[in-house]
Design a protein around this ligand. Sequence first.
Ligand code: CS2
Ligand code: MG
Length: 408
Amino acid sequence: MTIRNAEVLVTSPGRNFVTLRITTDDGVVGLGDATVNGRELATAAYLSEHVVPLLIGKDEHNIEDMWQFLYRGAYWRRGPITMAAIAAVDVALWDIKAKIAGLPLYQLLGGASRVGALAYGHASGSDNDALFSSIRNHLDQGFKAIRIQTGVPGLGQIYGVATDQRPGERYDYEPAKRLPLPAEETWDTRAYLRHIPSVFAAVREEFGPELILLHDGHHRMTPNQAASLGKSLEPYDLFWLEDCTPGENQEGLRRVRSQTTTPLAIGEVFNSVFDYQTLITEQLIDYVRSAVTHTGGVTALKKLMDFAAIYQIKSGFHGPTDISPVGQAAQLHLGMAIHNFGIQEYMKHSPETLEVFQTSYTFENGLLHPGNNPGLGVDYNEELAASYGYTTAYLPVNRLLDGTVHDW
Ligand code: CS2
Ligand code: MG
């Protein structure tokens, strides 16, 4: 009943991942994800230098106590690096507990509240033709919900828009240029605001009213601009408008909320329940975008979702490819169990990633299911992982037409 070993594993099968592997004295192994895109080695060092020594010899069953020990004991609270490190420990311990119980993790969190988790994929294109073919591709795969991102006339490559896919070409698993030094892209919010409503009008015209559509504003607008976009998108019945303004300014959401009924989702860069306090109690948002990986694990995100449930706010956990399959599996188990599940982002991992992380989750008819293997249902192929060395990869930086740095 003690933790014998904890190892920090860094691998790059297509992109960088940081994984914590905890082994008990009985030989039970648990996995946790600590990947922070573009700052991966910071969490790896936080874990190996400051957390791993604290785990050895502790009772693996006391998950809540371990969470409080790492959170309160560090004195320096919150922040993406700390909370991702705590998440990795938390998820690995839940994996171990569920394996010892012989149950898939969702059974320990209350059991299944649904047959599967509605998932949304990412369609994008530099123009409407490319976008439509990306949407068709997602429909062929069975997606019932699709995020729409598009190029803007006059601007070059922008974040969130994949290189246009031609039949037979390899899927672009991360539509961001991740380079040894940050790529610099150009942004113009006025051009974007002029263009985007016409794209949604064209998509509704082509694909009809039933398809669930989402859009990510990626923190690029002011509250006033976001209010105006929300209003102009109302006729197209979006499931949500995500990160319409920078999340740090919670009061800004009051302005947006008072002007539009387009549902709002926020929180992928948040890392604790306190970041949501105003947004939840004042019901300024409809969906919580946090990931298990960046919010202190299953223990913390479950509490956050229970708090949100009182206000009829639902989950929309962050699931891009920089959340490892371990993190994705953990939030699928949580999403199966909570009553206020909304939707799950599902950006498929590359074949290389899925050879290193062997998962038991399935995608069928638009729904994800975590599978019924004991624990999280993810195995780590260490030998293969070791063949993919860490590669420095920065996210891009956005500049306005006059060169000013802007949110990307
Ligand atoms: C995006 C992410 O999935 C999303 O909604 O905002 O791709 C995000 O930009 C990346 O995870 C950043 O690491
Ligand atoms: Mg986003």
